[in-house]
Design a protein around this ligand. Structure first.
Ligand code: SF4
Ligand code: SF4
Ligand code: SF4
Length: 196
C-alpha cells in the first residue's frame, strides 16, 4: 500500500502563491489545505483558530464580511503566533498576516476584488447603449443566462440583451464574443465598472 505523504506548510504556501492571485483567496486556500492535512489538533489556539479563520475568510470571498472579520483574523493570528505548540501553527499565522498586509482584505469588504477572483463581489452586465442585439453572447453562454431577441432588419422595437444574474456563473465567455465590448464587470455593491 502506498503511503500518502502529508504536505508541508511551505508547500501549501507555494501552491497558493503560484496558482492564486487574490491574497484573500490565497489565505482561504492555504487554511483549507492546512486543516485537511498538517493541522493535528493537539493544541487549542491553532485548532480553533484555523477553523474560525476559514469561516471568516469564506465570508470575505463571498462578499458577506465586515471589518470585524478582518480584526478577528488578526487577533487569531496573533494568538497563534504566541501560543501554538509547534512551528506549523506559528508559520500558518505568519503566512496569513503576510497576505493581509497587501491591504486588499479591506477592499473586499467594500465589494471589490482587484484580481476579480472572488466572484461574489462582481457581476457581468450588458451596457444597453452599446448592445447591437446581435445575439453572439446568448449563443456563447452555456448557462442560458442571457435574455434577448436577435435584431432583424425589417423589425423595430427591440430591447437590449440582459444578463440574468441568478443564472450567471461569471465564466466570462460572453465577453470574448461581443463585437461592441458591451459586456463589462462591475462591483456588486457600487455598480462601478472594474474591468472587461
Ligand atoms: S500548532 Fe502544531 S501542534 Fe498545535 S494544533 Fe497546530 S499543528 Fe498541531
Ligand atoms: S459570464 Fe458566463 S454565465 Fe455569465 S452571462 Fe456570460 S457566458 Fe453566461
Ligand atoms: S454580443 Fe454584445 S452586442 Fe451582441 S447581443 Fe450580446 S451584448 Fe449585445
Amino acid at each position: 500500500m502506498t503511503e500518502v505523504k502529508e504536505k508541508k506548510v511551505e508547500d501549501i504556501k507555494k501552491e497558493a502563491e503560484e496558482n492564486i492571485k487574490c491574497p484573500v483567496n490565497k489565505a482561504l486556500y492555504y487554511i483549507r489545505e492546512f486543516l485537511a492535512g498538517p493541522m493535528c489538533g493537539k493544541c487549542f489556539p491553532c485548532e480553533m483558530g484555523t477553523y474560525e479563520m476559514a469561516i471568516r475568510l469564506q465570508n470575505i470571498v463571498e462578499g458577506m464580511a465586515t471589518e470585524i472579520d478582518i480584526l478577528s483574523i488578526k487577533r487569531i493570528a496573533a494568538n497563534m503566533i504566541e501560543a501554538s505548540m509547534c512551528k506549523k501553527g506559528k508559520d500558518t499565522a505568519k503566512f496569513i498576516m503576510e497576505w493581509m498586509d497587501a491591504g486588499v482584505f479591506h477592499e473586499h469588504i467594500s465589494g471589490r476584488c482587484p484580481s476579480r477572483e472572488c466572484k461574489a463581489v462582481i457581476e457581468y452586465i450588458i451596457i444597453p447603449e452599446q448592445c447591437i442585439m446581435c445575439g453572439e453572447c446568448q449563443d456563447a453562454c452555456e448557462y442560458n443566462a442571457i435574455v434577448g431577441e436577435k435584431k432583424k432588419p425589417f423589425l423595430s422595437g427591440y430591447a437590449p440583451f440582459e444578463i440574468r444574474q441568478k443564472r450567471c456563473v461569471k465564466c466570462g465567455d460572453c465577453v470574448f464574443v461581443c463585437p461592441t465590448e458591451a459586456i463589462v464587470i462591475v462591483d456588486v455593491k457600487t455598480k462601478e465598472t472594474v474591468g472587461v
